[in-house]
Design a protein around this ligand. Structure first.
Ligand code: MN
Length: 212
């Protein structure tokens, strides 16, 4: 699981160039090996100095930073959030995805909720464009109803009753090498490499938890 200290930057489940031409290999390499690595290194250094937090899971750190002593709050918020958000983003992508029944059902669920796949795509693209500065757009299940939300910086939508289903990183480092300032073009390309099977798995996990 690798979900607690010491965190390890596990390799991507696909090659850096798997998302070409939508997202270029160099961007993926820098994003994973430098940006995510930095968040992992920072988080590990922070927890090395605070042993009581070393058995906290990543999700507990992300949810619980506000209850920590004041000097720890912002560093944990930023770095645990940075690890969580990036892992979630990379895990939600694939190149030349084969779509199974799970993925097809996830697409149908999103389309039904937003009035068609084109409408879903338009809504999440607009959400990504609406982030001022750095952050993420998310598809979430809010008490098992699909909603589109945004977060700033490395904040997460992990609030009570809300489960993240899909996110897109709109920090400039996620697209600047290929798309420069054209965030809209990046978002259009990102829509082509969504791992809908993973989206479906995340949806059913929420449904199972709600039943349990
Ligand atoms: Mn990023």
């Amino acid at each position: 699981m690798n979900d607690r200290y010491p965190f390890v930057n596990t390799p991507l489940p696909y090659p850096f160039d798997a998302l070409e031409p939508c997202i270029d290999a160099r961007t993926m390499e820098l994003h994973h090996d430098r940006h995510l690595q930095a968040y992992i290194d920072n988080l590990n250094a922070l927890l090395a100095a605070h042993p009581p937090l070393q058995n906290w899971t990543l999700e507990r750190l992300v949810r619980g930073w506000q209850g920590l002593p004041p000097p720890l709050r912002e560093p944990v918020r930023r770095n645990a959030g940075g690890v969580y958000n990036h892992r979630f983003y990379f895990d939600g992508l694939c190149g030349n995805c084969t779509l199974s029944e799970t993925g097809r059902m996830a697409q149908q669920t999103a389309a039904a909720r937003f009035g068609g796949m084109a409408e879903f795509e338009s809504r999440i693209r607009e959400a990504g464009l609406s982030v001022f500065g750095s952050g993420y757009a998310w598809l979430v299940l809010d008490h098992c109803r699909l909603e589109i939300v945004t977060t700033a910086n490395q904040d997460t939508p992990l609030h009570p009753g809300i489960r993240p289903i899909l996110n897109v990183d709109v920090w400039e480092h996620a697209y600047y090498l290929k798309h420069q300032n054209r965030r809209a073009d990046y978002l259009a390309d990102w829509l082509q490499v969504i791992n809908w099977d993973r989206v479906g798995e995340r949806m059913w996990e929420c449904a199972r938890r709600a039943e349990g």
